[in-house]
Design a protein around this ligand. Structure first.
Ligand SMILES: Nc1ncnc2c1ncn2[C@@H]1O[C@H](COP(=O)(O)OP(=O)(O)OP(=O)(O)O)[C@@H](O)[C@H]1O
Ligand SMILES: [Mg+2]
Length: 225
């Protein structure tokens, strides 16, 4: 595939940045993908080993951080849009994936990579088991900023809600190593004092993440969307 080779070549060149470009284009609709070919499933990049996918997320997050500078922070909408684009997922009103949240919530720089990884784990899980795989699935992602009463500091609130998913029986063992849940339920709270929940509800996964946001006032910027 010439495009694949070309983008690999560019992202491997010395100054091209850290994996800013996806390593491969999205496959066209109707081809065989991890999502199947039903409904308007997202166009998918070719399946990559889990390790490679995780490495690429870190590269993309690093790329966003490199483009931010002293007067700017990476914002949550940049991060989510970057990850959705990398997974070839298009959010649209009444579509398979809906997004609801403001632009411009600034993230603390040290949280960007881990938050990117958490979003990646949620998306990968949804693609392997949940709303992005199953024919009646739907994913609603909402986010907003709140001021914590005690400290007066800003927190980012995320609500990831899948629905229309036939779920595994209660108490079923993870198919993989369980790294996705581990990151969300244990690593984020440990690293950043985040408050998280991950529930296997009757019709899909419901995950919430509350994370200290940056207190930096974000300057308007042309931005990566
Ligand atoms: N979106 C989802 N829809 C339905 N079931 C899910 C979803 N996400 C996770 N699960 C279930 O929860 C289990 C634990 O998820 P987790 O991400 O921790 O592990 P994994 O994806 O199986 O392996 P790993 O993340 O280590 O590659 C999964 O094996 C699956 O059974
Ligand atoms: Mg997983």
């Amino acid at each position: 595939m010439p495009v694949y080779l070309e983008s690999r070549r560019i992202s491997e060149s010395a100054d091209a940045g850290l994996a800013l470009a996806p390593a491969a284009p999205c496959a066209p609709y109707g081809t065989s993908t991890p999502f199947g070919s039903q409904r308007s499933r997202p166009k998918r990049p070719p399946v990559r080993p889990a390790f490679q996918g995780r490495l690429e997320v870190l590269g993309r997050a690093q790329g966003l951080l490199l483009r931010a500078h002293e007067n700017r922070r990476v914002t949550f909408d940049e991060l989510i849009n970057t990850e959705l684009a990398a997974q070839c997922i298009q959010a649209e009103e009444n579509g398979l994936v809906t997004l609801d949240g403001p632009k411009g919530i600034p993230l603390r720089s040290r949280t960007v990579q881990s938050l990117a990884m958490a979003l990646h784990e949620l998306m990968t899980n949804a693609a392997k088991y949940g709303a992005l795989k199953q024919p009646n699935g739907h994913l609603a992602l909402r986010w907003w900023q709140e001021t914590e009463a005690e400290s007066g500091k800003p927190w980012l609130q995320l609500d990831w809600k899948e629905s229309g998913v036939a779920m595994p029986p209660l108490g079923a063992k993870p198919h993989g190593r369980g790294q996705g849940r581990e990151l969300i339920e244990r690593v984020l709270p440990y690293q950043f004092d985040a408050r998280t929940t991950f529930a296997m509800e009757a019709d899909g996964v419901h995950c919430t993440i509350s994370l200290p946001a940056s207190e930096h006032k974000v300057a308007a910027h042309p931005g990566v969307v």
